[in-house]
Design a protein around this ligand. Structure first.
Ligand SMILES: [Zn+2]
Length: 147
């Protein structure tokens, strides 16, 4: 499938996967996501991410990558963690919930943007377990939930 990103009537056309219902190459997936989350990141900067509903999580996966995602409620968060743990078990041990924070999809958008340079191409929401992420985790206020 070819990337549909079009600028000044020029279509990108690079090898693409369907993400957010659109065929986008990895570069344009980033550009698209940045645009799509711009408003919410601006709002989070003014109101603080704690003003937003839901939970944002950072988990370590068996391949030593980090996934940053969100869930709207505590019960969907629990289901998500259970499923992620189960789905990644076949890759080996090492699944670990590194942090759960207030702020839901707003914090997710902020963190995906902040750690953009650590994002692993073609891996969606997975990031390298970089020093930037370690530094962030060292100080971030966590919620204590039974997961
Ligand atoms: Zn493209």
């Amino acid at each position: 499938m070819e990337c549909c990103w079009t600028k000044d009537d020029v279509v990108c056309g690079a090898e693409a996967e369907v993400r957010y219902s659109l065929p986008l190459c990895d570069e344009h997936l980033n550009v698209f996501y940045r645009g799509r989350t711009y408003t919410i990141r601006q709002s989070a900067a003014i109101h603080g991410v704690e003003a937003f509903p839901g939970y944002c999580y950072v988990v370590l996966l068996p391949d030593e990558t980090v996934k940053i995602g969100y869930s709207n409620t505590e019960s969907t968060l629990q289901q998500r963690m259970k499923r992620l743990r189960r789905d990644t078990e076949k890759e080996g041990p090492g699944f670990e919930v590194l942090a759960v924070m207030a702020g839901g999809c707003a914090l997710e958008a902020v963190l995906h943007y902040r750690f953009e340079n650590s994002r692993i191409p073609g891996k969606g929401e997975r990031f390298e377990f970089s020093d930037d992420i370690l530094d962030f985790l060292a100080t971030v206020p966590r919620l204590s939930l039974d997961l």
